[in-house]
Design a protein around this ligand. Structure first.
Ligand code: ZN
Length: 240
């Protein structure tokens, strides 16, 4: 079983009481989390680098690291930490919101936050990090007609590949919205894996187009964080 961590923003949190404030992890906490992983012998990997472990082809102390939405504060605060430790990570970009904001969150009263520009996304990729797709516009896919949903899935891959000049094989369902039909669309669009917002650890027999993740929130303290990452060892011990 392999943990795939799910982060959103790495920065100073919005004022107290702001909705979803908890999804912003403080840069100091992020650095501490990554440093502890390294100290304990773990390597943080992008989905591209993690896939052989998820498929059971390779074994090792690895943890998947993913970021949703492509926030600028991840470029500014997380990228130097990851690069410094030799870790890789995947960020799922919203193709039509480069240099934009999380406008899809506005009606829920969630604070506006800047997203990476094209240049910043290219820097992310040039540092060895992975560019994944989070569709064109961040819609709830099950609500769309099949044609439009398939377009959001496939066209975002083509546009991100063209913009970043890299292969895009990782997908993430906005709001975790998916179905067997939508998973098929992602597969048909040429991706090799997709993550959900379902909580849990990735298992070898999991559908690669429905991989669960472990949320890291502002309130996740270092002990709880390490517990999430080391469940694999705990699990082995339980069986022994
Ligand atoms: Zn998202």
């Amino acid at each position: 079983m392999i943990p795939i961590l799910m982060y959103h923003q790495i920065g100073q949190p919005a004022p107290k009481g702001a909705p979803y404030r908890g999804l912003t992890v403080h840069p100091r906490d992020f650095r501490r989390q990554m440093t502890w992983l390294r100290r304990l012998g773990y390597t943080g990997l992008s989905m591209r680098d993690l896939l052989p472990y998820v498929r059971g082809e390779r074994q090792g102390k690895v943890v998947g690291i993913t970021f949703d939405d492509g926030y600028r504060n991840v470029h500014d605060n997380a990228l130097p930490v990851l690069a410094g430790l030799g870790f890789t990570a995947t960020n799922y970009f919203v193709a039509h919101q480069l240099d934009g904001t999380n406008i899809w969150d506005r009606e829920k009263g969630i604070a506006s936050s800047d997203l990476m520009s094209l240049e910043e996304m290219r820097e992310w990729a040039a540092a060895g990090m992975e560019v994944g797709s989070h569709t064109l516009d961040h819609p709830f896919l099950p609500k769309l007609s099949p044609d439009i949903a398939a377009f959001q899935i496939k066209q975002s891959r083509l546009e991100l590949e063209e913009l970043a000049q890299v292969e895009v094989t990782a997908f993430c369902y906005p709001y975790g919205g998916e179905s067997p039909q939508i998973r098929d669309m992602v597969r048909a669009a040429g991706y090799t894996n997709a993550t959900t917002t379902e909580r849990g650890l990735a298992r070898i027999d999991d559908d690669l187009f429905g991989l669960p993740r472990a949320t890291v929130a502002r309130s996740t303290n270092i002990l709880r964080f390490l517990q999430k990452c080391m469940t694999r060892l705990e699990d082995r011990r339980r069986k022994a």
